[in-house]
Design a protein around this ligand. Structure first.
Ligand code: 5GP
Length: 185
């Protein structure tokens, strides 16, 4: 059985972070740490949340072929460092929590990667949750909804789509998908 590259994507607010934490706490998985040019948010730390870098350094690394994938998202670069992920992959399955454009690049580079889209039970509910949060302007919410539609429009290119209706069920379903992919690898 080979170690797997597992790519999880899904629109913002769908509960990806919670699902990833559940998978990590059950053991047997490592999490990829991405590079980004966005500024750290409160509580985020270097090398744990992200490797924070400037655009020049990021672009240099692109030209050196240092990323397994990268994309520009809301004005910032995000990318998966090749050496970091390949090193982790020697010892365990590795989870990448990245957006769709990057995920599809991973699939092209590594067709054996397992792509799982996490979808909301209904889009309307996710939108009203975003609106109720009240922390963002109407414009920002519109941007997020557009992005959500875009992300979900790519789900047919993923190996699996898991609807996060019930957290425990979604985690169980993802574990089953991973186990059967491993059994067949
Ligand atoms: P945030 O800025 O909220 O941490 O992340 C914004 C988006 O970038 C999320 O959808 C997240 O999944 C995605 N993302 C994080 N790291 C990477 C990466 O290495 N590559 C790509 N393509 N997307 C990423």
């Amino acid at each position: 059985m080979k170690n797997l590259l597992i790519v999880l994507s899904g629109p913002s607010g769908v509960g990806k972070g919670t699902i990833v934490n559940r998978l990590l706490s059950s053991g047997g998985f490592s999490l990829s740490v991405s590079c980004t040019t966005r500024a750290p948010r409160e509580g985020e730390s270097e090398g744990v949340s992200y490797f924070f870098t400037d655009r020049q350094t990021f672009e240099k690394r692109i030209s050196e072929g240092g990323f397994l994938e990268y994309s520009e998202h809301f004005g910032n670069y995000y990318g998966t460092p090749k050496d970091f992920v390949y090193e982790k992959l020697k010892y365990s399955d590795v989870i990448l929590e990245i957006e769709v454009d990057g995920a599809l690049q991973v699939k092209r580079a590594r067709p054996e990667a397992l792509l799982i889209m996490i979808a909301p039970p209904n889009e309307g509910e996710l939108i009203s949750r975003l609106e109720k949060r009240g922390s963002e302007s109407k414009e920002k919410i519109r941007e997020r909804v557009k992005r959500m539609d875009y992300e979900l429009s790519k789900k047919n290119l993923y190996d699996y789509t898991v609807v996060n209706d019930d957290l425990e069920e979604a985690v169980k379903e993802i574990r089953n998908i991973i186990n059967s992919a491993k059994a067949n690898s």
